[in-house]
Write a protein that binds this ligand. Structure first.
Ligand SMILES: Cc1ncc(COP(=O)(O)O)c(C=O)c1O
Length: 470
């Protein structure tokens, strides 16, 4: 008899004891979530020695123990209520559920008909829910990518193909031999990075003037630039929510220009798109439904975990989209133009079902739930701005338009080093987390309110902490 047949492998053992381990992990996770309000939200993390790979298998139980020993004390509650960095939201209970099940089912949403699973249909269904939440028409189609950077990249890749078509060129096949005209006022750095990645060249971005004391486009300047192009195709990248002041370009005015001039219109609405949920702020998006492509980031105001964002492209551009992302040199994947599968509609071939956390949270909380999250966070920002105005130590760097507060020390010229020292002290205390910024040459701080868990008491704590360290 073969003795190895009797010996249980480490993987088999792990599979056998999985119920016990899963119970422990669930209790561990729930314990963390119960403590999340008090868990440090920032740390000055030490450099840790790297692990070495052992020849034999330690198994799951020991690996879990090692994780707790090595990393638990270094984790930060970045999905907690007092993390005000960047514009990343928390994780709703339903989104968490969806994320866990994503790994349990481990599907690859590639195709609609012949791929043997329905995950692509779940993704398409989720996009429809998202369009409803954002009050966008079904003339958009979309796909999930890792974040807003990739959503901007993917949208601009289709835009590049459109410019090529206007010039009688198939850029996806032939490459580029001409400069493209890219116009934007205050693009997010990830759009500029996308221009670099797409071979368009970040230096080829033409900066449109902004309105006085604003980050929004001066529409007259945009029109003059478009007129000067004399019908040559261009790409206009507009902002629905800039990172420092959450300013919005005038969507209605751009959609009017689109009727007169020849350009692809992309909107980066990574987090600003969610003001569609708020009756007091949705007017900022009026006209955005006329765009050719839109970026919306779920791990921002939808409060799904990293990593999940959506890029939306008008269905009229499906052929350009397939030309951009087709697997034309892989015969085993079939005829790309005949197959309307995600395989030929976005950059990755294989992906996790990152739509599932979004599906869960949209189903669980619906329009009302998101109206509440967005409106509450906007109130938090307004209250924090009020506290800053009252403070003798700090001053606002700009008017607070929506959910981000940019501020600095109440001094004539603030050194970046002074800002960094304050941030270091804040991190050491670990009660709140904010990030640095620079506005009009002034070093300062920014606090973004995007998390469903945040309450007014957290806003007050932020102000107290700033008073302690400044
Ligand atoms: C307006 C905007 N666009 C794009 C991004 C990039 O998002 P991500 O880091 O998810 O790629 C951000 C991130 O803050 C953003 O605020």
């Amino acid at each position: 008899m073969d003795s190895t047949a009797l010996k249980e492998t480490v993987l088999e053992k792990d599979s056998r004891i999985l119920p016990e381990i899963m119970d422990r992990v669930v209790q561990y996770a729930l314990d963390y979530l119960r403590k999340i309000d008090d868990f440090p939200v920032g740390r000055n993390a030490p450099v840790i020695p790297h692990d070495s790979l052992s020849d034999d298998s330690m198994g799951l139980k020991q690996a879990f123990g090692r994780f707790i020993d090595q990393y638990e004390q270094l984790m930060v509650a970045s999905s907690g209520p007092r993390y005000f960095g960047f514009v990343t939201g928390g994780v709703t209970p339903a989104a968490l559920m969806g994320d866990w099940l994503t790994s349990v089912f481990d599907q690859n949403p590639q195709g609609f008909q012949d791929h043997g699973d329905i995950s692509a249909n779940i993704e398409r269904n989720t996009i429809t829910l998202l369009l409803e939440l954002l009050r966008l028409p079904e003339s958009f189609t979309g796909g999930f990518v890792t974040g807003a950077t990739m959503a901007n990249f993917s949208s601009l890749a289709v835009a590049r193909q459109w410019v090529g078509e206007q010039m009688g060129k198939d850029i996806a096949r032939e490459g580029m031999d001409q400069k493209l005209h890219i116009l934007s006022a205050t693009p997010h750095s990830s759009s500029v990075k996308s221009l670099a990645m797409l071979g368009i060249g970040s230096n080829n971005l033409i900066k449109i003037k902004v309105l006085e004391n604003r980050e929004a486009m001066d529409i007259n300047d945009l029109e003059q630039r478009l007129t000067a192009l004399k019908g040559q195709p261009a790409i206009v990248i507009s902002s629905a929510g800039t990172v420092n002041t959450v300013d919005f370009d005038d969507m209605q005015a751009i959609s009017t220009l689109r009727e007169k001039y020849n350009f692809w219109w992309h909107i980066d609405a990574a987090f600003g798109g969610f003001v569609a949920c708020s009756s007091n702020f949705s007017h900022l998006l009026k006209g955005w439904e006329h765009a050719d492509s839109i970026t919306v980031d779920c791990h921002k105001w939808l409060n799904t975990p990293y990593d999940g964002a959506v890029f939306l492209v008008k269905k009229d551009h499906a052929t350009l989209q397939v030309q951009t992302f087709q697997n034309s040199n892989a015969p085993y994947l079939g005829d790309p133009l005949a197959k309307c599968s995600y395989l030929n509609f976005l950059p990755e071939n294989s992906r996790r079902l990152r739509a599932l956390p979004a599906w869960f949270t949209l189903m669980a909380y619906g329009r009302e739930g998101y109206r509440e999250i967005v409106d509450n966070n906007i109130k938090h920002a307004q209250e924090f701005a009020r506290l800053i105005r009252q403070s003798s130590r700090f001053r606002l760097l700009a008017d607070v338009r929506v959910n981000v507060v940019a501020f600095t020390l109440n001094e004539q010229q603030v050194e970046a080093e002074k800002v960094n020292n304050i941030l270091k002290k804040l991190n050491e205390r670990g009660k709140v987390f904010i990030t640095p910024t620079i506005m009009n040459g002034n070093a300062g701080f920014r606090a973004a309110f995007v998390n469903w868990r945040t309450k007014m008491a957290d806003v007050e704590l932020l102000m107290n902490e700033l008073d302690v360290v400044s």
